[in-house]
Design a protein around this ligand. Structure first.
Ligand SMILES: *Cc1c(COP(=O)(O)O)cnc(C)c1O
Length: 363
């Protein structure tokens, strides 16, 4: 088996002896070598047995959670992606599947939420926008003791920074719209499974529901994945420099990124279970400073809710991604009006800090 960085570039190969094409051609064919290739590639990158490519991250998460039946109980992280909450609350709960929201950082809270009907634990190891960190290892150990499945949304870290199946998880999902494709130009989702049975159950949903990834998108995704390593390295490098910059600003009250406090449990988990905490961070302006005014004065940072792309993005969770949550609840979650979230891109760092300089000067 070749190393990870080689797999990124060469994995999932389809050898086309007719044309001798170097890359996997876009077969505009309704039976699907281009998709198969990226599915194999993702299974290899996550060290799983089977990969499945979907038309969006949400379609992938739906497929992952479709393996449960009415009466089953699933523990979910209390800070997971908003769209996943919508799928759970408005779609899966009415079908009779039960869910408990738990702060998965607290392993005792996870244990306490297990009931005889519990089948699985679903969570994000690093959450948005507060960068809470949960241990895949610890949660998987608890799950094994109780015969539960562990499903991890690995969108934030990507297999370059963490391989949850190697830490004990059973299934990994991705919004490949983010780091895996990496250029904000497609929507895609991935599920990777371990073991025969799980693979068959997810395949049933993929085949029966049909939210599959089209050949052109599969090819764009494969191309994005080829540069995941160098992109993630630059995301990490730029993120650290932005943190250094923000730490010097008197207008910043707090920065959320798990490696800042080297004495924290979260730092230890990042050190032991990942190769880095990714390219997303958030920070609070000093009380009373206007986050909306701040972001409106940014030029290079694009105002948008997505993440994981070549370009740097900024958003204000209280007024954008988390606007639907009533303010008291939002505050209880720790999302203040002054909170700003950055997805750090690949631009020259001095241009990014100059952009922040301008916006800080205006508030
Ligand atoms: C964006 C995102 C999703 C949803 O993916 P789409 O491709 O937008 O459907 C799921 N989980 C996380 C963590 C995300 O950031």
């Amino acid at each position: 088996m070749v190393k990870f960085n080689t797999l990124l570039v060469r994995g999932g190969d389809v050898h086309d002896n007719d044309t001798g094409a170097v890359n996997v051609p876009v077969y505009n064919s309704s039976t699907y070598p281009t998709r198969n290739s990226v599915e194999t590639l993702c299974a290899e990158l996550e060290n799983g047995d089977r990969g499945f490519a979907f038309s969006s991250g949400m379609a992938a998460i739906h497929a992952a959670l479709s393996i449960f039946k009415p009466g089953d109980h699933v523990i979910i992280g209390d800070n997971i992606y908003g769209g996943t909450f919508r799928l759970v609350n408005d779609f899966l709960k009415p079908m009779g599947i039960e869910f408990s929201e738990v702060d998965t950082r607290d392993i005792n809270a996870v244990k306490a939420a297990i009931t005889p009907a519990t089948k699985a634990i679903y969570f994000e190891p690093v959450t948005n926008p507060l960068l809470h960190v949960s241990s895949v290892k610890q949660i998987s150990a608890v799950a094994k003791n109780h015969d539960l499945l562990v499903i991890v949304d690995n969108t934030f870290l990507s297999p370059y920074l963490q391989q949850p199946l190697d830490l004990g998880a059973d299934m990994v999902v991705h919004s490949a719209t983010k780091y895996l494709s990496g250029h904000s130009d497609i929507m895609a989702g991935i599920v990777v499974t371990k073991g025969k049975e799980l693979g068959e159950r997810v395949y049933l949903t993929q085949n029966a529901v049909g939210a599959v990834l089209a050949p052109q998108e599969a090819s764009i995704l494969r191309r994005g994945i080829q540069t995941l390593n160098i992109r993630m390295d630059r995301h990490l490098e730029n993120t650290q420099k932005i943190i250094d910059y923000l730490q010097k600003s008197p207008k910043v009250a707090k920065i959320n990124y798990p490696t800042i406090d080297k004495t924290s449990v979260e730092y230890k988990i990042i050190r032991d279970e990942t190769h880095g905490a990714g390219g997303v961070l958030s920070f609070e302006l000093q009380p009373g400073l206007d986050a909306k005014e701040f972001v409106n004065n940014l030029n290079l940072f694009v105002l948008a809710v997505s993440l994981g792309a070549a370009e740097s993005l900024v958003e204000v969770p209280a007024f954008m991604s988390h606007f639907e949550i009533p303010k008291p609840e939002r505050l209880k979650m720790g999302i203040k009006d002054e909170l700003i979230r950055l997805s750090i891109g690949l631009e020259d760092i001095s241009d990014l800090t100059a952009d922040l300089d301008t916006a800080f000067a205006k508030i």
